[in-house]
Design a protein around this ligand. Structure first.
Ligand code: HEC
Length: 153
């Protein structure tokens, strides 16, 4: 429990400081702006995330987060699920940032999954950069839906 609050607190330090852009998504006439300028992350985060993703995640989730199996919904022989795409075509967008961080930090072991834990391997800022990298493949429509599901919460 404490860890969870610590996670949220550290998330706030980063996103409350550097993430002001998400509030700029609403333009003066109230319409949502389209495109990357309306997203929480910066170009530099995507660049760093690309490097870290290729080193740590691409082997299972694909170079461009497109997945590595033909059907990620089909259980494997050992009963666990294969790594899903993270490029917006599966369901990563159902999870707000706090849950994405939790999955990446703690892995899937607690649920009988095969996703490895990355806490102690990636810094919090690096994990956020990796999230920025795969979110950059999301269409504006998927990104908007993610915001409705909790977004950067
Ligand atoms: C050894 C293979 C492997 C590696 C390496 C790996 N993952 Fe995963 N990942 C999985 C599997 C398998 C799942 C499905 C859940 C489970 O089995 O735990 C998963 C699930 C996820 C999910 C949840 C997706 C959803 O739709 O709910 C996210 C987010 C994720 N991984 C991100 C990452 C990131 C970011 C990295 C690199 C830092 C990474 N993974 C590295 C295998 C891997």
């Amino acid at each position: 429990m404490f860890r969870y609050f610590a996670l949220l607190a550290s998330l706030c330090i980063i996103s409350c400081d550097g993430g002001a852009t998400s509030y700029e998504a609403i333009s003066e006439d109230g319409d949502l702006k389209r495109g990357a300028e309306a997203r929480w992350y910066t170009h530099d985060q995507v660049t760093l995330g690309a490097k870290l993703f290729s080193e740590n995640c691409a082997v299972c989730h694909g170079r461009e987060a497109e997945g590595t199996v033909s059907d990620w919904k089909q259980r494997m022989d050992n009963g666990s699920f294969p790594p899903p795409p993270l490029n917006g075509t599966a369901h990563a967008w159902h999870h707000p940032t706090s849950m994405l961080l939790q999955v990446i930090n703690e892995g899937g072991g607690a649920y009988g999954g095969m996703m490895p834990a990355f806490s102690g391997i990636l810094e919090n800022s690096e994990t956020l950069a990796v999230i920025a990298y795969f979110q950059d493949f999301w269409t504006d429509e998927i990104y908007d839906r993610w915001e409705l599901m909790g977004g950067t919460n």
